[in-house]
Design a binder for this molecule. Structure first.
Ligand SMILES: Cc1ncc(COP(=O)(O)O)c(C=O)c1O
Length: 354
């Protein structure tokens, strides 16, 4: 095991790309900071670990990551506070979720100490890549996969753990429309819907492409058994506000336990906004839309934070949602982003200073 308090070996870039990036117009997830962290697991233990220039990694085309999607990832963010400090939002949740997914793919645990030392040292080295609060945030992407060059469908023996970071701007701009799909399901009991393997994502692309062809941004995922209850949308957890109460589906094994969802439930309670965690059927939302009691819908996730939905296609029933300045989504977003960026007190101890 890689232990001790020494820093990881670092190979620095010769010339930083930082100056060539327009930080006032950051895209989402296509601009990468100068360096990345790479560690290898072999012969039953963690071996090499180092920080190197961000760039291609050699791997065999036969590796299990490529052949069988023995691969997973995580995503979370660091923000700059008004004092200029760098704070990371709830990375402990992502570290635990990463290892839950690893267990599902029979991959060795990434030790907590390795995860946090790597994250700290990488962010400290690429500190200049942390955007100002009004420009965006630094997205942190751990990626973990099997490098065994083997076609056997069984547990591997060699793995690579990588952390890369990307300065990011807004995930969505413009109106968001979502539509139910009955042709595709994202998850089902006993599947991997409540984990974060890479394979969960490629499998959604056809559904989102069809939603886009119909003029929506993404799909509303229904439960895989009855196709009656709403689970998530695109790559976000989902909330509705009906008659003054915020509603979100219970996790129940098929929904990704989102860090933003968990934070939103806590913040709604703090703000005195009624919130119920319970199953929500498509009919219930259709009926609320028709009765005029469907006040809001919003998605939540690390990338988009709180994303108000403008339009819902609910099995042929169209609902257009009014966007109010004092909406639950707007107030929740202000509270969440305020805590994340250090302008509102971190009363739940969610921030880690780097
Ligand atoms: C399927 C899915 N649901 C929900 C979320 C939101 O999770 P989080 O708030 O942890 O980013 C994500 C993003 O990771 C996701 O991929």
């Amino acid at each position: 095991m890689i232990q001790g308090t020494d820093t990881f070996p670092i190979t620095r870039v010769e010339t930083s790309r930082r100056e060539s990036i327009d930080f006032d117009n950051l895209p989402f997830g296509t601009v990468w900071s100068d360096h990345m962290f790479v560690a290898d697991y072999e012969d039953g233990d963690w071996q090499r670990a180092e920080i190197v220039p961000y760039g291609p990694l050699p791997m065999y085309p036969s590796c299990k990551a490529l052949q069988y999607a023995v691969s997973l990832f995580e995503g979370f963010k660091a923000h700059k506070t008004p004092q200029g400090d760098c704070v990371v939002f709830r990375p402990d949740m992502n570290q635990k979720r990463l290892n839950r997914t690893a267990a599902r793919l029979v991959m060795p645990e990434v030790p907590k100490e390795l995860f946090f030392r790597a994250m700290n040292e990488l962010i400290a080295l690429d500190r200049d890549w942390l955007p100002d609060a009004d420009q965006g945030s630094l997205y942190i992407r751990p990626s973990y996969f099997c490098t065994d060059p083997s076609l056997q469908v069984n547990a591997g023996s060699s793995y690579r753990f990588v952390i890369m970071t990307a300065p990011v701007g807004l995930y969505f701009s413009g109106e968001i429309g979502l539509v139910t799909t009955r042709e595709f399901v994202r998850a089902f009991p006993g599947g991997t819907g409540d984990h974060k393997p890479a394979g969960n994502y490629g499998a959604t692309l056809q559904a989102s492409a069809l939603a886009q062809a119909q003029g929506y941004q993404n799909v509303i995922w229904l439960d895989g058994i009855e196709q009656r209850y709403i689970e998530e949308c695109g790559v976000m957890n989902m909330f509705f506000v009906i008659d003054g109460t915020a509603l979100t589906p219970p996790l129940g094994g098929t929904i990704l336990p989102g860090v933003t969802r968990d934070s939103a439930i806590q913040l709604l309670a703090d703000m005195g906004i009624p919130c119920e965690v319970r199953r929500i059927s498509v009919e219930e939302v259709q009926e609320a839309a028709q009765a005029g009691t469907l006040e809001e819908a919003f998605g939540c996730g690390t990338a988009a934070t709180i994303a108000p939905i403008h339009r819902l296609g609910l099995d042929g029933v169209e609902a257009r949602l009014e966007q109010r300045e004092d909406s639950v989504a707007a107030r929740l977003k202000a509270e969440l982003v305020g805590i994340q960026t250090g302008t509102i007190e971190d009363r739940h101890g969610w921030l880690l200073s780097v």
